[in-house]
Ligand binder design. Structure first.
Ligand code: EPU
Length: 432
């Protein structure tokens, strides 16, 4: 087995450079399937979700060259393959975004349906609805979605689901509509920065998309798309994770290479905890006083689609509330079951009760290390923050989740003064 070992109680101090956005890179990589020539992406994070998607793209006939310093070069060499197999889609649900480009370029796609997930229901009905409206036939059997279309035609498509617009659904439809005949209007499009950046890249490749950043996207189909060179936007979730870690450990960290405009909801919630937040041009310094008796202040957050508070940061933020002087809450509106970290935080001494979609958090003065289990990427990030803020040793079962989305995370945290190791083998129980 693999595990993360943390000796807590050390404030994080120093500068950290944020990597390219995992979820942004995934979308840009799938867009390369649409190109007639070379796509060169810079600032691509070296995380396992990106490697999984690269493997899938290779299976789909692409040349994928990873060059030093986060550069990836991609080029379609063989347009015959059209299947995304279960063993890869199951590892990384974002790979369902090959459906749109495959349909648009290769006229057919067979994509495994993503299965169960630790954070709640994640259907792909809206992706399928979008493809149907563009004129594709969809057939589901043996756990796969098979889709074909002689020609895609522009249509009006609404991406609103029961808990807001779908992020990868909007991207998937966009990736198909850019090569459809005529005009497509996507209503209730997701406005997440990663979707906006995908649209900007597609336009650089020759697509005609307007309304980028708004909730209605208008796409006038073109017949082909060319190559492009582009840098992946900074990872706003990694940035928020390091900022939460700085405040939770009562540290002083300058988080660099970020887009402040992508982080507004998170930063204003962070300010409410009493942590000092200094916005700089491409960075943000987060500090929490170490004065005796000083504590973080409680607040209430509710997750929402962008520009609201991001669901991917609610678990990391919960650690701040768990350590605050009073009662706060986290309401999760985007996913149906994203509180798997709560019982584990309680094992570290937190006092959190979940009722329906809200976690009620009664802050405690200190957390103490223990052995805990991670069940998804962001829950794991929250446990790492809690472990660093706790007194004593914390062992988190499984490093895999963390490595899906945080590049060189142990190295970055160690450089800030954390005592954290990613280990293989059987852990020693923390001494009592
Ligand atoms: N939904 C539907 N039907 C659909 C699609 C989604 O009802 O066809 C519902 C989902 O059940 C969920 C809600 O809509 O309740 C939002 O799901 P969405 O499709 O927006 O999420 P996603 O595209 O699968 C992406 C990110 C997630 C992030 C969410 C929300 C990628 C690869 N994943 O997922 O990132 O939490 O948007 O912002 O971009 C993570 O990085 O840890 C992560 C989970």
């Amino acid at each position: 087995m693999s595990y993360i070992e943390i000796e807590g109680g050390r404030p994080l101090e120093g500068d950290v450079r944020i990597s390219g956005a995992k979820n942004g890179a995934l979308l840009l990589l799938t867009a390369a399937l649409l190109s007639d020539s070379v796509v060169r992406l810079k600032n691509v994070p070296d995380v396992s979700d990106v490697s999984t998607l690269c493997m899938l793209l290779q299976r789909l006939g692409m040349r994928v060259d990873r060059q030093p310093d986060g550069v990836l070069e991609l080029e379609v060499e063989d347009e015959k393959p059209y299947e995304a197999p279960y063993e890869l889609v199951e590892k990384m649900r974002g790979s369902v975004c090959v459906l749109g480009p495959l349909l648009a370029r290769r006229k057919r796609a067979r994509v495994a349906k993503p299965g169960g997930c630790a954070i709640g229901q994640r259907p792909i009905d809206l992706h399928e609805k979008g493809m149907k409206l563009l004129g594709a036939e969809i057939d589901e059997s043996e756990g796969y979605v098979y889709s074909e279309a002689k020609k895609l035609k522009g249509a009006e498509i609404d991406m609103l689901g029961p808990r807001g617009p779908t992020v990868t659904g909007t991207a998937n439809v966009l990736l198909a509509a850019v090569l459809a005949e005529g005009r497509t209007i996507i209503k209730n499009a997701a406005r997440e920065p990663e979707v906006q950046d995908l649209a900007l890249m597609l336009n650089e490749m020759g697509a005609r998309i307007s309304g980028i950043g708004e909730s209605t996207l208008i796409i006038d189909g073109v017949t082909s798309l060319g190559g492009v060179e582009r840098s992946v936007i900074p990872d706003r979730i990694e940035a928020g994770t390091f900022m939460a870690a700085a405040a939770a450990t009562r540290g002083d960290v300058l988080v660099q290479n970020i887009r402040l405009d992508h982080l507004e909801a998170f930063l204003s919630a962070l300010e409410k905890t009493g942590a000092e937040v200094d916005r700089e041009l491409f960075g943000c310094r987060v500090r929490m006083t170490r004065k005796k008796g000083a504590r973080l202040k409680p607040t209430d957050i509710s997750t929402a689609p962008h520009p609201g508070f991001p669901t991917d940061l609610q678990a990391p933020f919960s650690v701040l509330l768990a350590l605050s002087a009073g009662k706060g809450s986290v309401t999760e509106n985007v996913f149906t079951n994203r509180f798997n970290h709560v019982d584990e935080l309680n094992r570290l001494g937190a006092n959190i009760l979940v009722s329906e979609k809200t976690a009620y958090i009664d802050g405690v003065a200190k957390l103490t290390g223990a052995r805990v289990k991670a069940t998804d990427l962001r829950a794991c990030a929250a446990l790492v923050i809690a472990g660093m803020a706790a007194k004593g040793k914390t062992i988190i079962d499984k490093t895999e989740y963390l490595l899906r989305g945080y590049e060189r995370v142990d190295e970055k945290l160690t450089s800030l003064g954390a005592d954290i190791k990613l280990c293989e083998g059987e852990p020693q129980e923390p001494a009592v």
